[in-house]
Design a protein around this ligand. Structure first.
Ligand SMILES: Cc1cc2nc3c(=O)[nH]c(=O)nc-3n(C[C@H](O)[C@H](O)[C@H](O)COP(=O)(O)OP(=O)(O)OC[C@H]3O[C@@H](n4cnc5c(N)ncnc54)[C@H](O)[C@@H]3O)c2cc1C
Length: 254
């Protein structure tokens, strides 16, 4: 894990309330793997003592990109950064996704901003010449991430403005049998719906958990969750877990 200053290259609102931030950070970009995250200092101490966790959304050479929703004070601050500003990062953190070397067909499931870590996973899978299908659910067409070349995308929107009307988990059962591995990132209700699907009970399914996180380094235990194998810290043992490892009834909404 590295603490590094990263210059902002670009910071654009690419969808309403969603920012794509490109950072020059060779020290973090080089070792980073899909599914890992960085802790970003969002503002000056003492007003903003805690860094905020963000998935590594993309990597290109020495650059990394973050994709984030504006939620509260920290992300508002981050959205205002300009090219040339410097950010203070810790990373890469966490375990990341694991692609089984025998897998040929990957199914990705994204709920809203959960698309963030799945784009770097899709990039990695395409580099390995695997087939990638993305099931992508958002509230409406306005929140759909603009482009993902070479990925087969099936969408669902809650208001029916793009793709099928409804939740993306409604479409999931039709795609399970064709997938060697499934990877998901989204809100807790999406995971609860997945955990209740009998078709997934024997499938390898990796999910990236988003919980309240304090330090990101295993010190504060603020991100501890209950699993079938005992208590685990999301920042150290995750954020990626096997779907069936998590005790979903014990997990609280962020
Ligand atoms: C491993 C991981 C990866 C994440 N990746 C992304 C991403 O790629 N894009 C994205 O938009 N969001 C991501 N999040 C959520 C993001 O960290 C929060 O939205 C952000 O911290 C909110 O900060 P804030 O100051 O704007 O909000 P506030 O509500 O003011 O934050 C107050 C405190 O709560 C914590 N917090 C608030 N909401 C969340 C949340 N949803 N998850 C975790 N901590 C939270 C903050 O870190 C901070 O300590 C990720 C969370 C985790 C744990």
């Amino acid at each position: 894990m590295i603490q590094a200053k990263a210059a902002v290259i670009a910071n654009d609102e690419i969808m309403p309330g969603v920012y794509l931030t490109w950072l020059e950070s060779p020290q973090i970009a080089s070792p980073a793997e899909a599914g890992q995250f960085v802790m970003v200092r969002c503002g000056e101490e003492p007003e903003y003592p805690l860094r905020r966790p963000f998935s590594i959304h993309q990597r290109q050479g020495g650059k990394i990109a973050l994709l984030f929703n504006i939620v509260g004070k920290g992300t508002q601050w981050l959205a205002q950064r300009q090219p040339g500003d410097e950010l203070d990062l810790l990373g890469p953190l966490g375990n990341g996704f694991t692609i089984n070397p025998k897998a040929r067909h990957l199914l990705l499931l994204a709920g809203g901003i959960g698309i963030a870590p799945l784009v770097s996973l899709a990039d990695e899978a395409l580099k390995r010449e695997l087939s990638v299908t993305l099931l992508y659910g958002t509230p409406s067409a306005a929140q759909l991430y603009p482009h993902l070349p070479k990925v087969k995308i099936v969408t669902a929107t809650e208001d029916g403005s793009a793709g099928k009307k409804g939740m993306i988990t409604d479409l999931l059962p039709d795609f399970i049998s064709g997938a060697d591995q499934i990877f998901a990132c989204g809100p807790l209700p999406m995971y609860r719906a997945m955990a209740a699907m009998p078709e997934l009970s024997n499938k390898p399914v990796q999910v990236s958990l988003e919980v309240r996180m304090g330090c990101g380094q295993g010190i504060c235990y603020g991100c501890t969750v209950k699993t079938r194998n005992g208590l685990k810290q999301v920042c150290q043992h995750g954020p990626v877990f096997e779907l069936n490892d998590i005790l979903w009834d014990e997990l609280k909404e962020v």
